[in-house]
Design a binder for this molecule. Structure first.
Ligand code: AR6
Length: 178
């Protein structure tokens, strides 16, 4: 049985899934948006664990387009997959490929850990300014690729915080806007 993709409007920190994905930055020491919400809900142990992740360059624990895994600490999920989406700068700086790599790389890490249910926020569409509709298409497409690639995954949640993003996901998943 192939897994399913569910569009849900929720605070991702409340979801009881194996893994949630965080839209982090390269330093991985917290920030605003969903990153701030995840750190607040997970508690200071998450920040401690993030600090222990080695830097690959000064101030960079996770380069843009890559992902790193930590525990969920006080969250209901077992793991947090931190990924760093591209900052939107017009679309000709590799943003679509980098965003796609965030989704697939996060899925690869979560699957390797044994996750069967994974929730994604709309990576890059807040502070990083990626247009919501273009980002939603990439998000759903890469989740579909991931479901085919990682047969153990039963459930992917496309978690929207706002109604407009939720609608975009619903339309794409119902085949109404291709
Ligand atoms: N649950 C689910 N989605 C949320 C939540 C939540 N609790 N809170 C916000 N969102 P953003 P980015 C949505 O800005 O654009 C941070 O400072 C939000 O509505 O969190 O990738 C990091 O540290 C939007 O749709 O992430 C980085 O520096 C989506 O999550 C930078 O922002 C992503 O918005 C990353 O920017």
């Amino acid at each position: 049985m192939p897994g399913i993709i569910e569009p849900i409007r929720a605070d991702i920190t409340m979801l009881s899934v194996d893994a949630i994905v965080n839209a982090a930055n390269e330093r991985m020491l917290g920030g605003g948006g969903v990153d701030g919400a995840i750190h607040r809900a997970a508690g200071p142990e998450l920040l401690e664990e993030c600090r222990r992740i080695p830097e690959v360059a000064p101030g960079v624990r996770c380069p843009t387009g890559e992902a790193r895994r930590t525990g969920g600490h006080r969250l209901p999920c077992r793991w947090v997959i931190h990924t760093v989406g591209p900052v939107w700068s017009g679309g000709n700086a590799g943003e679509p490929d980098l965003l796609a790599a965030c989704y697939l790389g996060s899925l690869a890490l979560a699957a390797k850990a044994g996750a069967r249910s994974i929730a994604f926020p709309a990576i890059s569409t807040g502070v990083y300014g990626y247009p919501a509709d273009a980002a939603a298409r990439i998000a759903i497409l890469e989740m579909q690729v991931g479901l085919r690639q990682y047969q153990q995954i039963e459930r992917l949640i496309a978690c929207a915080f706002d109604e407009a993003t939720h609608r975009l996901y619903q339309n794409l998943l119902s085949g109404g806007d291709r």
